[in-house]
Every structure is written in C-alpha cells, then in structure tokens.
Design a protein around this ligand. Sequence first.
Ligand code: ATP
Ligand code: MG
Length: 448
Amino acid sequence: MIKRLIKRVFGKSAAARSVGAALVIPFEAHKVSRDGISFGAKRVTDGLQAAGFKAFVVGGAVRDLLLDKQPKDFDVATDATPEEVRRVFRRARIIGRRFKLVHVMFGEETVEVSTFRRAIDAEDAETDDHGRILRDNEFGDQQQDAARRDFTANALFFDPTTQEIFDYHNGYADIRANILRMIGDPEVRYREDPVRMLRAVRLSAKLGMKLDPATAAPISKMKDLLSNVPEARMFDEMLKLLLSGHALECIKKLRQMELHHGMLPMLDVILEQPMGEKFVMLALKNTDERIAADKPTSPAFLFAALLWHEVLATWKIKQDAGERPIAAMHAAMDEVLERQRAQLAIPRRYDTVMKELWVLQPRFEQRGGQRPMRLLALPRFRAAYDFMLLRCQSGEAETELGTWWEEFQHASEERRAEMLLPDTAGPKKRRRRTKKPSNAVQAELPID
Ligand code: ATP
Ligand code: MG
C-alpha cells in the first residue's frame, strides 16, 4: 500500500529510497534542479561540503521551488557549528546572541546559515506561564532539525550537489497534495509558539495551500495565546502578512478564524463598520497589486490605512466634545497610536509618515487660493493623494474630489486657475508665526 502510494506520487522511474528516517527523493521525481538555487546558496553548500560538512538548502526555498514559485531567499542548514562555518568563508559573520547564525556574504546576496538544532520538550524548556517556549537553542542532528520546523512543507532539505530532497515528515507528498500540515501535535506546537497560528494563515493564503483540518482545528480555541507574544514579534509577523502579496486573502482568513483580534486590536472594530471595512480591503488589494507589479510599498502607508477609520472616529468624538479641528486631530492620532502600540508595536519611526498622511487628508478639501498648489508641492503629496483616492473609492470621500485632483495635478496653469474653487475659508486670519520643531508634521488643517 505504502509502496503503491510512493509509486503514484513519485512515478515509476524515480523511486524514492529511505535513508534512516528520511525519504530521499531523486531529481527525476521532484525536478528541482541545482540551477534554481541562488549563486550564494550554491557557493555555501559547495564550500561546506568540500570542507567535509553536510549542507542543504532548507525551509521556504525548497517549498517554493517545488511549488514553482520564486523563493524570497535561500537558507542553508548544516552540521557545522557557527565557528566552523565562519572559518570556511572569507566574508562571514556570526549573528545572534542566544542562537548563533552565520551570515555569509556574496556581493549583494546574504545567505543565512544555521546549524542543525533540535526542539526542546516543553517540560525541559524555559517557557512562559502559558507554555510558550522562550528558548530552543540546542544543536541537534538533521532529523531533529526537521522535527523542530513548523509545517511538513517547510521541513525539506535539498542537496544542490546530488539534487536530492530529504523528507522526514511527508512534506513532499503534502506539497503535491497542496496541504499545509503542522508537524507533530498542532495544539502542542501552537502552545510552544502561538505565532505558528499566524504563519499557518499567512502561508496557506500566500501559497494557495489548504490547511489540513487537524492543523486548523485548534486555532479558534487557542487564539488568545497570541496576546502573550512580544509586541515586536507580532509586528514582524503582521508586516510579513501585509507584504506577502496576499494581504487581502490573509486578513479574510484571519477574520474567519477570529485571529485578527490579537493582531491589530482595533482592526475588528474598524472592520465592523461597512465604510471602514471597505477602505481597509481596498488598501490591502491596492498593496497586493503593487507587490504583483513589483512596485515599492510602504509599511507606514499600510498601517496608516488600517488605522484611518479609527483616527476619523476619534477625531469626530473630540470635535463633538468641543475641541478645535487641529488640536482634535493631533490628539486623535496620538491616542490611536498609543492604544495600538499596547498590542502590536508599530515602530515609532513610522509615526511621522503616518501622521503626515492623516493630517494631509482634510487639506484635499481646500481647493481655493494658493492652497492646492502648496499641497501639491509637498514631498508627501503623492502618497497622501493615493491615500485620498482610496478614501474616494471606499465612498468615504466624494468621487469628485479624486477626479478634481487627478486633473489639477496634470493641468496647465490656465486650466488650474479655472479649476480653483471660490475660497471659502474667508478672509485670512492673521497667524502668529511660530517656529515649528524640526520633526513637526508638515501639514496644516483648515482654519476653523
Ligand atoms: P517565507 O516565504 O515567508 O520566508 P518561510 O517558511 O521561509 O516563509 P521563514 O520565516 O523564512 O519562513 O522561516 C524559515 C524556516 O524556518 C521555515 O520554513 C520553517 O522551517 C522554520 N520556521 C520559521 N518559523 C518557525 C516557527 N515559528 N516554528 C517552527 N519553525 C519555524
Ligand atoms: Mg524564508
């Protein structure tokens, strides 16, 4: 029965053989060739093997090649210690304090090399009160290195010299069947590291793989464990998700599984208002399209979009309570960012751009006098304009506002003069000029 299955999966001519606990799949069956590996990764595996070590391309790269997708990067796993790896290469440095990795540099390319390591049982490991493993830093052998990985599809080892794939967990068959399956007991693995729940969602959306039912089942009851994950790690994971090129699909899946509560605490509130939901979905679709077209994307723009409706709502509350628009907007922005930071640490370096995008929005309404020209001249105009177009598409701002600005940007001087609307802001109030601090948000709000 097993033999028949193997034959069906691998074909007649290319039988897989067993080496210890691994199934070794030959090139003739899997068709991933050495040519698919980056220059640097080949140099690293060649170099290590020439020095007498084992060395394989591992993880996401092997999976992506089998799925006919271009890998983002190529990681190498070896039985050489980090010091031994460093000695083999001219440009290599050891990184990481607790678990050491080696970065080997070839021109632009950096190859990450990790020594085989093993998972530590939750009983022996240092964990937090909820069972999350804080440290898993023991070297191990190849088989143990496979077992500590998350999904069967992520635990394949490709040897660029023999072009064989070593498979300890049936990952090859799972990839062929398009199934993303957790290695071991999913509940235990999620407890050890709750981020694996998010990885399950992200990778299945990105790769178009089906989540194995047993892998998906515990997620809804274990989702609260995400609140114990350090905020900085949550941010990294969120960013990977948003920039995966499949953000829309990821967020939809997160919602289905009710995992979005833990990520952006305000996202569930925003998504419950139809207008907020439409805006967020459009922003995600827009990002996915930009990634597909190889255009740059800015995390600050995305986070600004995700939080915009929360800023709007808070701004309104403050204005209704009698605060003046400018002060209310600034207070709302700070409040929203602070509330958000408690769960997922959006780095403060993004604050300036996010605030600028937000604070520039009301200025698109001012289409009289010199104001449109001043807005057009700002370095952040383009991003703020794209943001405004999303607001129009979602129905929050008038479509006419978008078309006006589209035309105005490209219009001749005469046409621009015709286009200007009567200046409704009334006679200019005299304002005292105060020197702005250098990091101040470069924007003005309507004068009330
Ligand atoms: P991507 O295409 O997004 O890079 P990836 O699977 O390569 O996906 P990485 O974060 O680059 O993801 O991780 C590399 C490899 O390390 C994975 O393929 C997996 O084998 C292992 N890994 C990563 N995160 C975990 C985790 N939380 N638990 C267990 N193994 C993990
Ligand atoms: Mg990777």
